[in-house]
Design a protein. Structure first.
Length: 340
C-alpha cells in the first residue's frame, strides 16, 4: 500500500469546486432512466450517453472523478478512444463500482447485505491496470420499522471495511458508502439516530481492518427525513443536523466527504451541500458524489438523439457548475434562475 499515492488521489477527489460524477448505474437501473426518456437500453446507447458527458469539457472541469460501471470501464468511444482515456483527458480520475448488489441477510428483519467480496482481489488489479484509481461499494440501510438490526448493520459495516482494506492493498482509494435510505416515513431524528449508529460502527470496523483513513473518501447520506415523512425539513435544519452528526462520528483524518443525493431533487441536493459549506467549521472537505442529481437534466435534454448532444452537455455543465459552487458554499437560488 502506497499511502502517499492514496492520499493524493483522495485529496484530488474532494478538491474545492469539484465533485464526483456517479455514472455507475447498473444496466437495469439505466434502463429505468432510459425508459423515462423513451430511449432503448442498448450497449451503444449507454456508451453514447456516457460519452457525451465525458466529452463535455467545460462541465468536466467541475468533476474530480467519475464512478464507472464494469461495462463502461472496458468500452471505447465511437471513434475508438477508450472511455477511461476521455475521462483522463478531461482532467478527471476514473473510478469503478465494485459491489454486486444486495441480498437479504437471513434472520435480520429484512435487512440487505451487499455482495461482491468474492474474487474482488482478482478484479481490483485489472481495474487499476485499466486506469481506475478509486472504487465504490454501497451498503444500503433501511431506517424504518425497527431496522436496521444489529446483525444487518454489523454485516454491512464489516463488508465495507473488508472492501476498503482490499482496495488499499492494490493502491485504489475506497469510497465507503453506507447509505441510510430516504424512501420511507422516518422523521429526521430517526435518520440522525440511524446514521450516527451506522457511521460509528463503520469507522469501528475500518479501524479493526487497518484501513488508512487518509486514503479513503466517505460517501454518506445527508440527514433528511424520509420522502413519506409527515414533516419535511428546512435547508438549514438538514445542513445543521448533517454537520452535527458527521462531526460526532467521522475522524478528522478522512480527507473528504462526498455526499450522495439519494433521490433529492437536483436543486435541493445542491442547496443542502452549499449551506453546509457556508456554515463550515468541520475538518474535512465536503463535496458531492451525485448520480441522478447531475444527470436527470442532461438525460432529458439528450433523449437519445445525436442532434441533442450539445443541449445535453449544456444541461450537464449547468448542474456540474452549480454543485461546484455548492462545494465552496457559493451557490444561491438566483444562479439557477439566471440559467433558466
Amino acid at each position: 500500500m502506497n499511502l502517499d499515492a492514496l492520499n493524493k488521489v483522495a485529496e484530488a477527489m474532494v478538491a474545492p469546486g469539484r465533485g464526483i460524477l456517479a455514472a455507475d448505474e447498473s444496466t437495469g437501473t439505466i434502463k429505468k432512466r432510459f425508459d423515462a426518456i423513451g430511449v432503448e437500453n442498448t450497449e451503444d446507447n449507454r456508451r453514447d450517453y456516457r460519452e457525451l458527458m465525458f466529452r463535455a469539457g467545460e462541465a468536466m472541469k467541475y468533476v474530480s472523478g467519475v464512478i464507472l460501471y464494469d461495462e463502461t470501464i472496458w468500452q471505447n468511444a465511437k471513434d475508438g478512444t477508450p472511455l477511461v482515456k476521455l475521462i483522463e483527458q478531461a482532467g478527471s480520475i476514473p473510478g469503478i463500482k465494485v459491489d454486486e448488489g444486495t441480498r437479504e441477510l437471513s434472520g435480520a428483519r429484512g435487512d440487505l447485505v451487499t455482495k461482491g467480496l468474492d474474487g474482488l482481489d482478482k478484479r481490483l488489479p485489472k481495474y487499476y491496470e485499466k486506469g481506475a484509481r478509486f472504487a465504490k461499494w454501497r451498503a444500503v440501510i433501511d431506517p424504518t420499522n425497527g431496522r436496521p438490526s444489529y446483525a444487518g448493520l454489523v454485516a454491512n459495516a464489516h463488508a465495507l471495511a473488508r472492501y476498503a482494506n482490499l482496495c488499499q492493498e492494490f493502491d485504489i482509494v475506497p469510497i465507503v458508502e453506507p447509505e441510510v435510505l430516504m424512501d420511507g416515513d422516518n422523521d429526521i431524528d430517526t435518520t440522525y439516530a440511524v446514521t450516527e449508529w451506522v457511521l460509528k460502527e463503520t469507522f469501528q470496523q475500518l479501524y479493526y481492518l487497518n484501513v488508512a483513513l487518509e486514503g479513503m473518501v466517505l460517501k454518506p447520506n445527508m440527514i433528511v427525513p424520509g420522502k413519506k415523512a409527515a414533516k419535511q425539513a428546512s435547508i438549514d435544519e438538514v445542513a445543521e443536523k448533517t454537520i452535527k452528526c458527521l462531526k460526532a462520528c467521522v475522524p478528522s483524518a478522512v480527507p473528504g466527504i462526498a455526499y450522495l443525493s439519494g433521490g433529492q431533487s437536483d436543486e435541493l441536493a445542491t442547496a443542502h451541500l452549499s449551506r453546509m459549506n457556508e456554515i463550515g467549521g468541520f475538518p474535512w472537505k465536503m463535496t458531492f458524489s451525485y448520480g441522478r442529481a447531475l444527470q436527470a437534466a442532461p438525460q432529458k435534454a439528450w433523449s437519445g438523439k445525436a442532434e441533442n448532444v450539445a443541449a445535453a452537455q449544456r444541461a450537464f455543465l449547468h448542474r456540474a457548475r452549480m454543485n461546484g459552487l455548492a462545494s465552496k458554499g457559493e451557490w444561491n437560488a438566483g444562479l439557477e434562475k439566471q440559467a433558466a
